[in-house]
Ligand binder design. Sequence first.
Ligand code: BMA
Length: 320
Amino acid sequence: MLIRNKVNPILARKDIPELGAHLRDVSSVFNPGAIKVGNTYHLMLRVQNRGRETFLMMADSQDGIDFNVREEVINFKGIENISDKIYHIYDPRITQIDNIFYIMFAMDMEKGCRLGLAKSINLKDFSFMGIVSGNDNRNGVLFPEMINGKYVRLDRPNLNKNNGVSSGSSIHLSWSLDMMDWSHSRPVMNGRHHYWDELIGAGPPPIKTTKGWLLIYHGIASHFASSNIYQAGVTLLDLQNPANIITRSKYNILEPRQDYELTGQVPNVVFPSGIIVEDYNDDGFAKMDSNVKIYYGAADTCVGMAESTISELIGMAKND
Ligand code: BMA
């Protein structure tokens, strides 16, 4: 199983700098994107103030545990050209392709939730590329390289639920030549009714291993009377055609157990959104014995980190 860091939660509301009335004694920080550049770990944090407005902020660290939150809010240059009202931008996933950092995130807009895409070359200046999903969609993650000459992503069309919160029960895969127009969307994974992952969504971007693309995903058990339970699981996708599943964990690999996961804005939530793999071989495959750090939102209130290795995660996907 994953091992939680001793200092969890590694980020909480007290760590967010006060920048004015909009960021004073904030309510929560959670669901971060993650990337390591050289020796520095970066998180892109989802911060909510007491008006329940959302801000994305960067945090940097030399050890992956002790993060310093920058005293500024991310501005996606060019997003002001979108004429429709944007309520929230949230749950960013960061993928590096060549020397560019791409960020895919959810955008709550007047007509529903869309996927947005932005890029940066330095993780300081960010430019908005566009809205890249038509339908109500969330949990978009880009693969870190082109496959068969195309960009590839996972996403998760929302189903409309009665209580006003939209979620979904299948992760889709689609292909693109330019990252803006996505086609050939097809379901890859479905929720397993009655079990831990009835509703599902991709977590952090997939990791390339010699055994397949390693994907951490979240699953929601929705059959309990009082609460949905958000957990994490792992699956391996075919390297050449990631629409094919090689193996999928029968059991969750992380579930809410600690007080900060069980209690908060939304109780019973672990929501993995960032992953750092420490060691890759010369061909770009994650090393089997590499340490893996998984960053997750806990109870939509704070950020936790839990560790494993590539071989252990593959073992969990194979249910060994
Ligand atoms: C999902 C998304 C996540 C959130 C989770 C738990 O539907 O909204 O951003 O962390 O619910 O509330």
